[in-house]
Design a protein around this ligand. Structure first.
Ligand code: DAT
Ligand code: MG
Length: 183
């Protein structure tokens, strides 16, 4: 279609028209649903302890959709930007030193209400007080080694996703099980 369309400008126009229409429709659907995206990062302790698979499994099993995933060594600059809200806190340097100390599994998950739900799956900041059944409650014992970061609000998620991921690193796709997850 692309090659033919290049030869016949009118066809190209109509191809663009349909793809714009489809994009517009998807945008409208997204707008009308509670579909959200959140940024999660398995910190160096989670990666070193071999918990990447277990943590991914929990979000998959819940029914959220993985739309971005990469293993990275976090730069000083990225770490400081990510934890900017904590810049004045006494634990800021420790946070930055820790997140830059080893590979981090950064990811973006999509689903209705995923931002607040992911925070529940993750559990309270201090693993000792986090409920059993949560990631931090099941696998952690100290606040400085609480395994995973999760965006705390839809707006925060938006800025964290754009800080950690390029647009082309995110993949929009329709899981075939969707009718079994949503009415
Ligand atoms: P959360 O990760 O639950 O969103 P937060 O945003 O308040 O928690 O803090 C970011 C991270 O900083 C947290 O995951 C662990 C660390 N942290 C928070 N409070 C701390 C404290 N009092 N002492 C040491 N580290 C702390
Ligand atoms: Mg936080």
């Amino acid at each position: 279609m692309g090659a033919i369309a290049k030869k016949i400008p009118a066809l190209e126009l109509s191809a663009n028209f349909w793809s714009n229409l489809r994009f517009g429709w998807q945008l409208l659907e997204f707008w009308e649903s509670n579909l959200e995206r959140t940024f999660l990062a398995i910190k160096p302790d989670g990666v070193q302890r071999g918990l990447v698979g277990e943590i991914l499994r929990r979000f998959e099993a819940k029914g959220f959709t993985l739309v971005g995933l990469k293993l990275i060594n976090v730069s000083q600059e990225l770490a400081e930007k990510h934890y900017d809200v904590h810049r004045e806190k006494p634990f800021f340097k420790g946070l930055v030193d820790f997140i830059t100390s080893g590979p981090v599994a950064a990811m973006v998950w999509e689903g209705d209400g995923v931002v607040a739900s992911a925070r529940k799956i993750i559990g309270a900041t201090n693993p000792l007080t986090a409920e059993p059944g949560t990631i931090r409650g099941d696998y952690g014992v100290s606040i400085g080694r609480n395994l995973i970061h999760g965006s705390d609000a839809v707006e925060t998620a938006r800025s964290e996703i754009s800080l950690w991921f390029k647009e082309e690193e995110l993949v929009s796709w329709q899981p075939t099980i969707k009718p079994w997850l949503y009415e």
